[in-house]
Write a new protein. Structure first.
Length: 423
C-alpha cells in the first residue's frame, strides 16, 4: 500500500541536567558524615538495577569510591527480581552489559538467587532478602525513580520497590506479585520495604531522576529516615520531566525496539497508554493508540521479551530472538501471562506496518495518524505522518527537523535503524 510521508520532529522538554555526576555524589555523601556513623571494615551490599539508567556505571562507581573513603568494604549485587533469566550468571551479565564489572567498579560482584526470610508483613506476606546481601552489615540501593508500568501512587518504581521486589530475587518477586493481585501494588511494596527499612540495615539510598532526553536530571543521596518521603518528592519531579508522545490520538504506533533495559514491560506502558493487567490495573485514558507494531528486541534484553503481548503486531525477526525460558520465567514471577503472549508475527517491518494500517479502519493514507519511535526511552525525536501537520502550527514545543520523510524499506522489507538527526 502507499505509506504517507513522514515529518521528523524534535520534542522540546524541560531538561535540567547534572554535569558533574561524581562531584554531586561525593558532596552529598560527605554531608552524611559516614565515618561518624559506621565502623571501619564494615561491609556494604550495593544493590544494582537491571534498567538502562543514564550514567549508571559512573553513579555506582562514585558511590563505591565514597564508601571506600569512609573505610567501608563495598560489594555489588544484582537487585532485579527474576530478571537475567533468574540465574546468578544471567543477572551478573545484565550488570556487565551496563559497564558494571568488578574491574570497572573496583569492587567484587556477588550474584546469587538464594534468599532468606527475615519476617512477614501485617498481611502475612513473607519478606525475603538476598542471602549474601543480608549477611553484610549494610545494604545500599541505587535506582532510578520513575512511574511504574502497572499502577499509580505516591511511591511507584524506585528505591522502595528495589528494596522489596529487587532484593527478594525470583522467590520474593513471585510471592509479592501474587500478593499484589489481592492487596494491590502500593500496599505490598510499602509494607515489605518498610519492614526492611525497620531492620536498620539500609545505610542510605541513591535516587536518580532523568529528564525527557534520558539525561541525569537529579541525584539524591537519601538517609534512612527520609528515604520514603524523599522518594515521593523525586517521583513528582520525575513525572513532571518525563518524555511522552507528541500527540494523544494515534492510528498506528511503530516502535523500533523493546527490551528489559528500556522498561520492565519492554516499552513504557504509560507512554503507549496500555497496561494489559486486567486483574490489577485499569487502562490509562490516554494516549489513545489503535494499533502498536514492535519491530525488534534490544541486544541487552538477551531475548527477554516480557511485555510483547501488549503489542498488536511484531516481526518474525523479533520472535526469532525471544528466549522463551527467560520470557516464561519473568511472566510467571510477575503474574502477568498476558504480557508473554506472542502477537501476530509478520515477515518484516513493511508487512507488519501494512497489516496494522489495514486494521485501523478505512482511512485515506493522507489522513492516517502514524508515529514512529526508536523506543519509549528515546522520544527526543519522533517521526509523525503528514496528517498531524495542521496541529504542528499550534505547538511551540515541537520543532520540524526534516519534512516529507519518505517511508522507505530495505531489500528485506525492513526500516533502517532509527537515526537521530539532532545528535
Amino acid at each position: 500500500m502507499d505509506f504517507p510521508p513522514m515529518i521528523r520532529l524534535k520534542q522540546n522538554f524541560e531538561a535540567p541536567t547534572i554535569k558533574d555526576i561524581s562531584g554531586e555524589i561525593n558532596a552529598q555523601i560527605n554531608n552524611l558524615d559516614l565515618k561518624e556513623k559506621v565502623n571501619a571494615g564494615e561491609t556494604v551490599a550495593v544493590a544494582c538495577s537491571s534498567r538502562g539508567i543514564a550514567n549508571y556505571s559512573t553513579i555506582v562507581r562514585s558511590t563505591v569510591d565514597c564508601l571506600k573513603d569512609a573505610g567501608l568494604q563495598p560489594f555489588l549485587f544484582p537487585a532485579m527480581g527474576s530478571h537475567g533469566a533468574s540465574t546468578a550468571e544471567g543477572q551478573k551479565r545484565v550488570l556487565e552489559n551496563y559497564g558494571i564489572t568488578e574491574e570497572s567498579m573496583g569492587a567484587p560482584i556477588q550474584s546469587s538467587l538464594e534468599v532468606v526470610q527475615i519476617g512477614e508483613t501485617e498481611d502475612g506476606i513473607p519478606i525475603y532478602i538476598d542471602k549474601i546481601a543480608n549477611m553484610a552489615d549494610y545494604i545500599l540501593p541505587i535506582n532510578r525513580v520513575k512511574t511504574h508500568t502497572e499502577f499509580e501512587h505516591s511511591i511507584e518504581s524506585g528505591l522502595m520497590k528495589m528494596l522489596a521486589i529487587g532484593l527478594g530475587k525470583q522467590k520474593g518477586a513471585t510471592i509479592y506479585h501474587q500478593a499484589v493481585m489481592v492487596y494491590g501494588y502500593p500496599r505490598v511494596i510499602l509494607s515489605v520495604s518498610r519492614q526492611i527499612i525497620s531492620t536498620r540495615k539500609i545505610l542510605f539510598g541513591v535516587g536518580i531522576v532523568e529528564n525527557g532526553y534520558g539525561q541525569t536530571a537529579d541525584i539524591a543521596v537519601v538517609g534512612l529516615e527520609e528515604l520514603e518521603v524523599k522518594e515521593k518528592e523525586l517521583l513528582v519531579k520525575s513525572k513532571r520531566l518525563a518524555a511522552r508522545l507528541p500527540f494523544e490520538q494515534v492510528d498506528v504506533l511503530i516502535i523500533d525496539e523493546m527490551g528489559k533495559d528500556i522498561s520492565g514491560t519492554g516499552f513504557d506502558t504509560k507512554v503507549v497508554g496500555r497496561i494489559l493487567m486486567p486483574l490489577v490495573a485499569d487502562e490509562p485514558q490516554s494516549p489513545q493508540i489503535k494499533r502498536i507494531v514492535v519491530c525488534d528486541l534490544t541486544e541487552n534484553t538477551e531475548g527477554n521479551a516480557d511485555g510483547v503481548g501488549i503489542a498488536d503486531f511484531v516481526t518474525k525477526r523479533l520472535v526469532e530472538k525471544i528466549d522463551m525460558n527467560a520470557l516464561r520465567t519473568n511472566a510467571i514471577a510477575g503474574a502477568e501471562p498476558e504480557h508473554a503472549r506472542i502477537p501476530l508475527a509478520l515477515r518484516n517491518d513493511r508487512e507488519a506496518i501494512d497489516v496494522a494500517i489495514q486494521s485501523v479502519g478505512l482511512i485515506r493514507p493522507d489522513k492516517l495518524k502514524i508515529i514512529r519511535i526508536k523506543n519509549t526511552m528515546a522520544l527526543m525525536e519522533v517521526d509523525v505522518s503528514a496528517a498531524y501537520r495542521t496541529e504542528l502550527a499550534r505547538r511551540d514545543d515541537l520543532e520540524i527537523i526534516r519534512d516529507d520523510w519518505a517511508f522507505k524499506f530495505d531489500g528485506e522489507g525492513n526500516r533502517k535503524p532509527f537515526h537521530f538527526f539532532d545528535s
